[in-house]
Design a protein around this ligand. Structure first.
Ligand code: NAD
Length: 247
């Protein structure tokens, strides 16, 4: 479904991002995965190469909260492959600290990675996509961008902002043939969920109408669809992949 396309996936070393990278490779894309440290990037690359040595995958570890570093990394991908067809803004951090213990620094940390870093990556990439005649951007939102969350206010706030950025840029970039969508996962079995208090995860899982948390692959399938030509008329969409848990 993605034969010949060049994709950048942030937060591609584990969890949902790693599942996206793998599915993109299985579907014929060339992928540059970004992670927070070169060491975890190298481990992820080794795992993928072990699975299929023919997959065209490389990795980088730019500091996502540094606009200049991100711009340079985007330019390096363009220099390597000549184009960028798909940008997946997936890296994100979660916080469930109650408001009265929440610090301004906590809030900034979440907003810097979950919101501002998306803008930093989109800006140089959209310019490249415009020049080459089009492309597609997919952001990882969350079910909490619809339902809110009872603690850790920065995280749902950041994901509401992701939806706002997605819908607004879909409208602004449509004339340049750049589609912008988001996927809003529900509770998905990754390290991020393992880090949440057990009671919190159990309470959320019990309310999922499909009766189970999502697997990273469930979510990654939506990223394949949105990046493919099957979704050629889909833009400005926040696609829930949550077993109807948001309701
Ligand atoms: P994860 O913690 O397993 O993976 C997070 C990824 O982001 C990792 O690859 C990590 O290297 C990267 N990352 C974290 N901090 C970074 C930083 N400072 N700089 C660069 N990269 C950094 O989490 P996940 O569950 O796979 O989450 C991926 C995305 O899915 C996030 O945006 C998250 O908000 C969203 N999400 C997850 C769930 C869930 O239940 N797991 C639900 C809804 C939305």
């Amino acid at each position: 479904m993605l034969k010949g396309k060049v994709a950048v996936v942030t937060g591609g070393t584990r969890g949902i991002g790693f599942a996206i990278v793998k599915k993109y490779l299985e579907n014929g894309a060339k992928v540059v995965l970004w992670g927070s440290r070169q060491e975890t990037v190298d481990t992820a690359l080794a795992k993928l190469k072990e699975e299929n040595s023919a997959w065209e995958v490389t990795g980088m570890a730019p500091k996502l909260t540094d606009a200049k570093a991100v711009e340079e990394a985007v330019e390096a991908v363009k220099a390597q492959y000549g184009r960028i067809d798909i940008l997946v803004n997936n890296a994100g951090i979660s916080q469930s600290t109650p408001l009265y213990q929440y610090t301004p620094e906590d809030f900034d940390k979440v907003m810097d990675l979950n919101v501002k870093a998306l803008f930093y990556a989109i800006l140089p990439t959209a310019k490249i996509m415009k020049e080459q005649g089009g492309g597609c951007i997919i952001n990882t939102s969350s079910m909490v961008s619809i339902s809110g969350q009872p603690a850790g206010v920065g995280y749902p706030t950041s994901k509401f902002a992701v939806n706002g950025m997605t819908i607004s840029l879909a409208r602004e970039l449509a004339p340049d043939n750049i589609r912008v969508n988001a996927v809003a996962p529900g509770v998905t079995k990754t390290d991020m969920v393992a880090a949440l208090p057990e009671q919190m995860v159990a309470a959320i899982s019990a309310k999922i109408p499909l009766g189970r948390p999502g697997e990273p692959e469930d979510v990654a399938n939506a990223f394949v669809y949105l990046a493919s030509d099957m979704a050629s008329y889909v833009t400005g969409e926040i696609l829930s992949v949550d077993g109807a848990a948001r309701a």
